[in-house]
Design a protein around this ligand. Sequence first.
Ligand code: AMP
Ligand code: MG
Length: 417
Amino acid sequence: MIDTTSSCTSAADGSLSADEARRRMREAISPLTGRETVAVRDALGRILAANVTATHDVPAHDNSAMDGYAVNFDSLAGDGETSLTVVGGAFAGKPFSGQVGKGLAVRIMTGAVLPAGADTVIMHEATRQDGNKVLVPAGQKRGQNIRRAGEDLACGGVALAAGKRIGPAELGLIASLGVVELIVKRRLRVAFFSTGDELVSLGTPLAPGQVYDSNRYTLYGLLTALGAEIIDMGVVPDQPAALEAALLEAAQNADAIITTGGVSVGDADFVKEVLARLGEVKFWKLAIKPGRPMAFGKVGNAWLFGLPGNPVAAMITFVEFARDALLRLAGLDPIPDFPLLSLPAGNDIHKQAGRRSYLRGAVAVVNGRWQVRTMAYQGSGILRSMSEANCLVVLPEDCAGVKAGEMVQIQLFEGLF
Ligand code: AMP
Ligand code: MG
């Protein structure tokens, strides 16, 4: 079945705009519901399936942000220096048990609990010592240099919401609450295979006309970086029956299927046709370059992303479209839009209006200023340029070329895969 509700096609040939394609994918896909409990460190890269609630304040007590002296602000003279008597010390982990009355001070270290009676900390470097006295200059403010109980996390509040992906900061935050186990979404299972009669797996010598299957290696990297559980199904020949068998097997075992190749309009391109027979094609043509053909649909309960075969087009359609949809399926919420940054172009860029272009670029400092140059080779089979580039230059549909010095939008590879 082919979905023909093409209300937002952007080009005369019926291809869909990049934004509309992403919107339709997000709308079609509901997050997985499976969950499991894991130890804190094993949660790195996983997505929370339940809120993490703070069971105590962090920090638990008002404490000092500085090495210095804890005092009662009312002890200080409005102008001139005040001499206070030092009656003890408060250390991180070893609180001062007495009271800080008028005219008194307690030597305090960073992180030490603020003693009773004190409401202000004077930074050590601002003071002078004279025997058991400390001399405090004028100009202090009540409440200064104190970290308040609960200022990081308040008891009872949601420290991390369901849908959040656990990174290093979240691991630390969770540890600061004393939490030892977390409920996370089960990992997304993604099956993938390459299509093409010319493709050969590693370990076999190449015959004339054959090429090594590189897409399964880039996809292995992209999916692993995304935190998915992968099922590598190898190479499938350009035969409808073989394709059908592979898709049905993949749909049995995975939440999502990624294929590469066989989505254009050549005589050996069967992915769309087989998908339409077995399931549902939501769309298959995008107004983008590279990668105009990219099928999105469903076989059984599995979502299918039929990426183009050209190695660069396969990578770009993955990061621009499949990645976003897979994150939604995995339960990430909200899904952040990957930031577009603006930089001046270091060279003229040729483009015709109509499709959104993703060009490989290199961001670098030239004469003390950041700029982006596009790589000389933009052919969608030239994988080397993906390795040499560090960003994509994203040119909107209506852009009809860029002159050196004009601002362009870029997406850094860092963080994207
Ligand atoms: P297709 O999309 O099947 O028409 O393939 C387009 C181009 O990409 C052809 O030159 C293919 O040989 C090449 N190609 C397709 N799949 C792969 C792959 N898995 N690894 C390397 N090259 C591929
Ligand atoms: Mg092919």
